[in-house]
Design a protein around this ligand. Structure first.
Ligand code: ATP
Length: 252
């Protein structure tokens, strides 16, 4: 049987004026493993995520999530198709507690807006909120305001908010960016736990994190795929080493 595919792109292309930020990218990322997209600054990684989540429309090409075409759909429809990403820090409400932030995300996902709801639905929301808070390891901060959390805990809260949408596929853009070693270790452990239930694709510059989480790596450079393979294959690939270290400047 063919392995299930979490995310596939076919000839995906995005131009900004004369710049081709994503240039005919085709890949097929299998379900059931953490996939990573790496590459030097400006390689087109975040643009690629924005094309997958509908924040940007491609100029050409296709995106399929779990085999379902999602190309050009608006972001809320893509979330409904089971694709979620960690949100920007500004989407966390600093004045609300951890639990209230998560509750808002759960209610938004479930479409519960009316104040007139049966008690059972309140209970179900409350249980879901607690389960999400447990899942990301923030139980002891449940009733703290988000503005009082450490940087690493805000990132975990963002993870809970993304999981509130019950995604099949979760995209994490630099999940440990700005974290110290201890926070990084905690975040990696949580991501690994989440990845046992949900397909995860990460963009990450920290190679230690990439190598400890991902079993498949796509390397992008200048908008295109430079190499693809296991961490072992990628770490040995001279083209990858050159892309990171830069070409020698003796050809002018
Ligand atoms: N909205 C935009 N308008 C114009 N150019 C853009 C826009 N967004 C990205 N770019 C350009 O597209 C290229 C790819 O950018 P992108 O942010 O996708 O790279 P990246 O691989 O995510 O880089 P980094 O690792 O630094 O986050 C860059 O040259 C960037 O300047």
């Amino acid at each position: 049987m063919e392995p299930a595919i979490a995310l596939e792109t076919r000839g995906l292309t995005k131009r900004f004026g004369g710049l081709v930020a994503v240039d005919g990218v085709s890949f097929s990322l299998r379900s059931g493993r953490v996939n990573a997209i790496i590459g030097p600054n400006g390689a087109g990684k975040t643009t690629l995520f924005n094309l997958v989540t509908g924040e940007l429309r491609p100029d050409d090409g296709e995106v399929l999530a779990a085999g379902v075409p999602i190309t050009g759909l608006p972001p809320h429809r893509i979330v409904r198709e089971g694709v979620s990403r960690t949100l920007q820090i500004k989407s966390v409400f600093g004045g609300l507690t951890v639990a209230d932030n998560v509750r808002a995300a759960v209610m938004a996902h479930q479409g519960i807006r009316s104040a007139f709801r049966p008690a059972a639905s309140y209970r179900a929301v409350g249980e879901r909120v607690d389960a999400l808070i447990d899942e990301v390891g923030l139980a002891r901060h449940r009733d703290r305001k988000a503005s009082a959390l450490s940087y690493g805990d805000v990132a975990l809260l963002e993870l809970a908010l993304a999981l509130a949408a019950e995604p099949k596929l979760l995209l994490l853009d630099e999940p440990v960016c700005g974290m110290g070693p201890e926070e990084t270790e905690r975040a990696v452990a949580r991501i690994r736990a989440v990845a046992s239930k949900v397909d995860v694709v990460i963009i990450e510059h920290d190679m230690e994190v990439v190598f400890s989480l991902a079993s498949h790596i796509v390397v992008m450079a200048s908008g295109a795929i430079l190499a693809e393979g296991t961490p072992d294959e990628i770490s040995r690939d001279p083209r990858v080493q050159e892309a990171y270290l830069g070409a020698p400047e003796d050809d002018e």
